[in-house]
Design a binder for this molecule. Structure first.
Ligand SMILES: [Zn+2]
Length: 268
């Protein structure tokens, strides 16, 4: 399941392989927008990750916008190298002058966007434009994040707010559980039950975890792996209480926590 750290790693790999090169083939399947595609001969000007979105920009003003959700991924192949995933699951293929191909598989969003008029900035989707500060950016403005959560509708849980990419971009389901455990906050506690200091601490931890994982082959948040995610029934590394697991929240994905270290209601 790709989260911000993984998307940033893919973006750096694609940027190193593609930027400055001439496109010899560009294919896009099932693009709902139907904008003019980059043609043979255009140059890749940059690849960047923004939260869980990956963007490839071209010198003709086009921008390929992809979002990975749960199953999308980007691979880079040398000339003649066999693809690791079935060709029919490819959404986008970018081949360049040295025979390298970057292939995006299974992404639910893969579309070309263009500036409204020549010279104007290329606009992303509303989801992209509404993204909060990127927690994978080493220089992210952490002070700007907590105030953004004030606009979240309803009575969200801490887990809901951490996953809300409009508040801050980059946290997915794995980091959500790990961040809450690290800060001793129950993931299903309501956001309104937390104070500003613990909110800020959650995002400080999130930033540190995501940035620390930008250069690792395997995701590490505690000692040599994860503390609670995927470890239901196993002892909490801090207090030995069996880790709990639940489906719930808006995302309907599994959450893990320690019932002792992370009590549901704050003790007086
Ligand atoms: Zn514990």
């Amino acid at each position: 399941m790709p989260e911000g750290d993984t998307i940033h790693k893919w973006a750096r790999r694609l940027d190193a392989a593609l930027t400055g090169h001439t496109v010899t083939r560009f294919e896009l399947r099932r693009d709902p927008r139907g904008n003019r595609l980059p043609e043979r001969g255009v140059t890749v000007t940059g690849v960047e990750a923004r939260g869980k979105h990956l963007l490839v920009c071209f010198d003709d003003g086009a921008m390929l916008h992809t979002h990975m959700e749960l199953h999308g991924r980007w691979d880079v192949y040398r000339r003649g190298q066999r693809w690791r995933h079935p060709a029919h699951t490819a959404r986008a293929v970018i081949e360049i002058d040295d025979g390298t191909a970057a292939v995006c598989f299974n992404a639910p969003i893969a579309e070309v966007r263009r500036a409204a008029r020549p010279g104007a900035p290329t606009r992303g989707s509303r989801a992209l434009d509404a993204l909060g500060p990127d927690l994978c950016d080493p220089d992210v403005d952490l002070d700007a994040i907590v105030p953004r959560a004030a606009t979240t509708d309803g009575a969200p849980t801490v887990g809901d707010v951490l996953l809300d990419q409009r508040v801050a971009a980059g946290i997915g389901n794995v980091f959500k559980s790990e961040i809450c455990w690290a800060r001793r906050v129950h993931p299903f506690a309501t956001w309104s039950s937390t104070d500003d200091a613990s909110r800020r601490a959650l995002y400080d931890t999130a930033h540190a975890m995501l940035v620390a994982n930008l250069d690792t082959a395997r995701r590490i948040t505690f000692r040599d792996g994860l503390a609670v995610y995927g470890k239901a029934g196993r002892p909490c590394p801090r207090c030995r209480t069996p880790i709990a697991q639940a489906y719930g929240g808006d995302t309907d994905r599994t959450t893990f926590w320690c019932p002792t270290c992370q009590p549901e209601a704050e003790k007086d």
